[in-house]
Design a protein around this ligand. Structure first.
Ligand code: PEP
Ligand code: MG
Length: 593
């Protein structure tokens, strides 16, 4: 279910033209939402009047642009000034003017029609130009034409904001003049149908340091004013009506992005090794392949969690084996990755595919979710399993099963994995020679019988997001319960410790891929727990690496011992906070009482 009941979640991929992550409300802006009429002049004696009307519209447009320029000069945003200069030059361009007048004269059409024809003529010419920058400049002629048309129609419509703050402008593309007329203090981001890096929206967004994604093709047809929207200008993604869980993750990304200062980035590519030589492998959690470039820049060593369920949303038809394969191959073939962990799809809970194969449940978090759903929908599951085997031939892949609650489920999943392998081998298809199999430990029963599960798999990955939800009995999507959601709860620490010990006794590796892994406040606690791998939101990596590199395993163990001696979550948190504040004074801020 999406954030607003009943609204469909849609993920759109475009070009990230201005970095950063922002969440806001859609404001649909259509610069041409005036009604235009195109007609043949009834009487040729009307031609001079029509030409005069066109010339007046030119003058009026120029007057408006000059006024906008004047206003802009009073602000610190100077970028649009030059672009407006170009627009004034187009307005004065002799060829542009004479061509339009020629259409009025020769064809006896009204000025609106003539301006449209002139615009079409230039469009055709620009389309033939190979150079992307030059062909993209047709947008300037377009903006100017729109302005003239607006003035011809007598429409004096300026951009009115009826909405509150935090507006994300969704439009075809914006002219600098359009932006100049907006209440920019209310705008927090842009998403446009057209345009690339050199589009005006992109230039303006960068100069104002607002996240923007361009080239989304049809966002103006999809998003409605007032819809909730995420713009990830770093990865070029836009999500309309996100799921609550996705919304929370992006809120985290937004905060991390604003905090990911240059000074941290120098730690991105360094190994996470403590001063006493304890090495933790640092991975990234990915939801979309578009996040890969940013993940690499921020220092992922491997992909610890690829949430494949997002392949199912955004489409009417179920994905084919090839759809899965093509998608995963983009991750698996990324250079410099140690391995990629593909988590089989976790649908249900608060994530539903567009093509809902699931019945509505009263309590979806406790319902037919993740591996339970897969084991019921065997063919759907095997389609994915076959694709994972195939992509394993292109690079090192590990498979991870979500929400395992007992030994039977992992055995059943392994059986299907084996069947998928044999089917492919029988067809002579190239597949991975071997594949490590992992179980997510995110249900308390799995943590409690971790010693038994450890005999069935090659590695564990602890999903604290769900482990906390299920062990503390807190619906992770319920905002009213966030005060109870505590990774440092003594019960959670005990469960994690039990899992790590069971894994190490069985000589298998244990990772953490829940949000807790990327919380720098918890870094020493997790070191003390001796997790082998931490996979996190990639934006968190540089800071976590910095902290690990400045710590020792020995001090971490002491801190963990002390933290685990307390009875309440509040006491554990206070102890950890106090220590981290003292130890890393520049990194953490004291919480106000
Ligand atoms: C988790 O539960 O911690 C986890 C990583 O999985 P997800 O957030 O996708 O449920
Ligand atoms: Mg989970």
């Amino acid at each position: 279910m999406s954030a607003e009941q009943g609204k469909k979640t849609l993920v759109l991929k475009g070009i990230g033209v201005s970095p950063g992550v922002v969440i806001g409300k859609v404001y649909r802006f259509d610069p041409l939402d005036v009604q235009l009429s195109f007609y043949k002049l009834e009487d040729l004696t009307l031609i001079p009047k029509e030409i005069a009307r066109f010339k007046n519209a030119l003058k009026e447009s120029e007057r408006e642009l000059l006024k906008i320029q004047e206003n802009l000069k009073k602000t610190k945003v100077t970028e649009p000034l030059y672009i407006i200069d170009v627009h004034i030059l187009i307005l004065q361009d002799k060829k542009f003017i004479s061509r339009t007048i020629k259409y009025i004269r020769r064809l006896g059409v009204n000025a609106e029609w003539a301006v449209r024809m002139t615009l079409d003529y230039y469009k055709q010419i620009f389309e033939g130009v190979q150079d992307v920058y030059i062909s993209g400049r047709i947008s300037d002629v377009q903006y100017v034409s729109q302005r003239i048309l607006r003035n011809l129609s007598g429409e004096k419509k300026e951009i009115v904001w009826e909405m509150g703050d935090g507006v994300i402008v969704v439009t075809h593309d914006l002219s600098p003049a359009d932006t100049a007329q907006m209440k920019m203090d209310k705008v927090v981001g842009f998403a446009t149908d057209s345009g690339g890096r050199t589009s005006h929206t992109a230039i303006i967004a960068r100069s104002m340091e607002l996240p923007a994604v361009a080239g989304l093709d049809n966002i103006t047809r999809i998003a409605r004013t007032g819809d909730e929207i995420i713009v990830d200008g770093t990865s070029g993604l836009v999500v309309v009506n996100p799921y609550p869980d996705m919304l929370r993750r992006y809120e985290e990304k937004r905060l991390l992005y604003s905090a990911s200062k240059e000074e941290y980035l120098k730690y991105a590519k360094l190994p996470a090794v403590t001063k006493d030589d304890y090495k933790v492998q640092i991975g990234g959690n990915i939801e979309f392949v578009e996040e890969m470039p940013s993940a690499i820049t921020h220092g992922v060593e491997y992909i610890g969690l690829y949430r494949t369920e997002f392949i199912y949303i955004n489409r009417e038809e179920l994905p084919t084996e090839d759809d899965h394969f093509n998608n995963y191959s983009q991750i698996v073939t990324t250079k410099d990755l140690l391995w990629s962990t593909i988590r089989t799809f976790d649908l249900g809970g608060d994530k539903f595919p567009s093509n809902q194969k699931q019945a509505k449940e009263l309590n979806p978090q406790l319902g037919l979710r993740a591996i339970r759903f897969c084991l019921k929908e065997v063919e759907l599951f095997k389609t994915q399993l076959r694709a994972i085997w195939r992509v394993g031939a292109l690079g090192k892949v590990k498979i991870l099963f979500p929400m395992i609650s007992g030994v039977e489920e992992i055995r059943e999943a392994k059986k299907l994995l084996e069947e998928a392998k044999n089917e492919l081998l029988a067809q002579g298809v190239r597949i991975a020679s071997e594949m490590e199999i992992g179980a997510m430990i995110e249900v308390p029963t799995a943590a409690i019988i971790a010693d038994k599960l450890a005999r069935e798999v090659d590695f564990f990955s602890i999903g604290t997001n769900d482990l906390i939800q299920y062990s503390l009995a807190i619906d992770r999507a319920n905002e009213r319960l966030t005060y109870l959601y505590e990774p440092l709860h003594p019960a959670v620490l005990r469960l994690i410790k039990k899992v790590v010990d069971a894994a190490h006794d069985a000589k298998i590796r244990v990772a953490m891929c829940g949000e807790m892994a990327g919380d720098p406040l918890c870094s020493l606690i997790l070191l003390g727990l001796e997790l082998d791998e931490l996979s996190m939101n990639h934006l968190a990596i540089p800071r976590v690496k910095k902290i690990i590199r400045e710590s020792t395993l020995q001090e971490s163990k002491l801190l963990l011992k002390k933290a685990m001696s307390f009875n309440t979550a509040a006491e554990v948190r206070a102890c950890v906070q106090e220590y981290m504040l003292e130890r890393f004074p520049g990194e953490f801020q004291r919480e106000e009482d």
